[in-house]
Design a protein around this ligand. Structure first.
Ligand code: HEM
Length: 509
């Protein structure tokens, strides 16, 4: 029997309609789950003052691979070790870039600071320079004398305060800034007083400039995500970023010109004595594949100064914050120091293999208080599929390191500070164990790991070795606040008042 033509037309029409309907309801791309975005702002309304905590709570509802919208732009939040491994190892190359944000433009010499540099030829060259010319074991060893001198200066400055309440925050940032500034550019450009004629900036001002930089590098600037608002600068961040960029440009230009002048003066007899000298030597090489322009030289200097200053001081502050709540851990550390070092000398970098308990204390601090609670954002340069979900090109990715260190599947009694969990368990902190990423992982992981660990380990060990510590005033261990201030790095909100007494022979101070 022949089918009437009207049925054929009607049937085809129904079939086409069903196809379109299916396409609309089941688009081909399978995106990760996430909260429904609002027009214009997307999900920005869900972020509190501590974005890592907001991400953590949202991930418990939507999963460890969660898609948000900041304005109209896609943002992927990664909250489990398994998913962190997918992004930072399996698909590392696709996610190796950084998003183009105002902070990178205005505060980092047009994306020349290594942290904000896009993945490409300049970034590759910068990383190679750091690893071979700046952080090689030989170079780091040759500058150990500066670290020893600065450590001794810190101890001598603390000693007269024995028996009186102090805040470590008044001493540690200055110490790490002095140490790293000397390693990078020698110490003649900054001074303790404003009336010195050889310096261009006081330590206090340089510290303020760096604090401001860290804050601005970590803020959620609305104009980055809702471009129509960027012109209005509603939060005032762009103005502050531009000012910060100007301040650092003036400082670094002065340092570079001065180093260049000395180099020209000495000509053939010139021997590089700090990291800026090493960079200038490389900049003059005409065969370099990517030329080191003035912006790039400033960016490379800045990555060193900023990368090293805040990180070690904040790690030590967090460690004390935890130890003062648990005097028995401090006691155990003192026993280890007495056994391995004695009371007649300071701890040196080469002693570290003898101090596994102190190492465990530092690792446990990194687990609960990763300095970058959320790793600096990554950015996808191609479409890709992660764990069955389609991630579009141009997605910004935040890996929540703070969540990884609290994952109950990997960490028993995850909220408690228990250094013993690291004893006899050789748990990696350099990016191989995705439940603990204090230095990040993959191509963008921290290039300053060795220097950072040398400074943190010896400073921490010597502060414990050299002094007995107790809480100042009538603060009790249970009163110590573990609240945080968020930025590119996360600090304790309320510093604690401490009283110290010397523990070693007095001629050592
Ligand atoms: C306790 C010490 C330190 C900690 C905890 C630390 C942590 C980190 C973290 C978490 C990252 C991001 C990694 C990622 O995106 O996956 C990073 C990147 C970086 N760090 Fe460190 N860092 C420390 C010391 C240093 C030091 C001493 C320097 C240099 C003197 C430095 C320079 C850098 C640079 C340049 C980057 C950017 C790398 C890139 O984007 O390619 N850091 N650091």
């Amino acid at each position: 029997m022949d089918i009437p033509w009207v049925f054929i037309v009607f049937g085809s029409w129904l079939f086409a309609l069903a196809f379109v309907f299916k396409k609309l309801n089941h688009p081909k791309r399978k995106l990760p789950p996430g909260p429904k975005p609002w027009p214009i702002i997307g999900n920005l309304n869900l972020l509190g003052s501590l974005p890592h905590v907001s991400f953590h709570h949202l991930s418990q509802k939507y999963g460890d691979l969660m898609l948000l919208k900041f304005g109209s732009k896609p943002v992927l939040v990664v909250s489990s070790p398994e998913m962190a491994k997918e992004i930072l190892k399996t698909h590392d190359a696709i996610f190796a870039s950084r998003p183009v944000l105002a902070a990178g433009k205005y505060t980092s010499f047009n994306y020349s600071d290594m942290t904000w540099a896009p993945y490409g030829a300049y970034w590759h060259q910068a990383r190679k320079i750091y690893l071979t010319e700046i952080f090689s074991p030989k170079k780091l060893h040759s500058l150990e004398y500066i670290r020893i001198e600065e450590r001794q200066t810190l101890i001598s400055r603390l000693y007269p305060h024995s028996g009186k309440p102090i805040f470590l925050r008044d001493h540690l940032p200055r110490f790490s800034l002095r140490t790293i500034s000397r390693l990078v550019m020698s110490d003649k450009y900054f001074s303790d007083q404003s009336n010195s004629d050889t310096s261009i900036v006081t330590l206090e001002r340089l510290q303020w400039m760096l604090d401001e930089w860290f804050l601005l590098a970590g803020v959620i600037n609305l104009g980055d995500w809702i471009p129509c608002l960027s012109w209005f600068d509603l939060q005032g961040y762009i103005k502050r970023m531009k000012d910060s960029g100007k301040n650092f440009t003036q400082f670094y230009k002065y340092v570079l010109d001065d180093h260049n002048a000395i180099k020209m003066q000495k000509s053939g007899d010139f021997v590089p004595k700090d990291m800026v000298d090493a960079l200038l030597h490389l900049a003059n090489d005409p065969n370099r594949e990517v030329q080191l322009t003035s912006d790039r030289m400033m960016g490379l200097m800045h990555s060193l100064l900023a990368g090293a200053t805040d990180t070690s001081a904040a790690t030590i502050e967090w460690t004390f914050q935890e130890l003062m709540r648990r005097p028995n851990i401090m006691e155990k550390a003192h026993h280890e120091l007495e056994r391995a070092i004695g009371k007649e000398r300071w701890v040196e970098e080469e002693d570290f293999s003898k101090l596994p308990y102190i190492d465990a204390i530092i690792k446990e601090t990194f687990r609960l208080h990763p300095l970058c609670a959320v790793l600096p954002p990554r950015y996808s340069t191609e479409d890709c599929n992660v764990a069955g979900y389609d991630i579009p090109k141009g997605t910004t990715v935040y890996v929540n390191a703070w969540s990884l260190g609290r994952n109950p599947k990997y960490w028993d009694r995850a909220e408690e500070f228990i250094p013993e969990r690291f004893i006899e368990n050789n748990i990696d902190i350099k990016g191989q164990n995705f439940a603990l990423l204090p230095f990040g992982s993959g191509r963008r992981k921290c290039p300053g790991y060795s220097l950072g660990m040398k400074v943190v380990r010896t400073t921490m060990a010597n502060l414990m070795h050299g002094f007995n510590w107790k809480l100042g005033g009538d603060t009790k261990p249970e009163d110590i606040s573990m609240d945080e201030i968020y930025g590119l790095t996360t600090h304790p909100k309320e510093p604690i008042s401490l009283i110290m007494e010397p523990r070693l022979s007095l001629h050592l101070y």
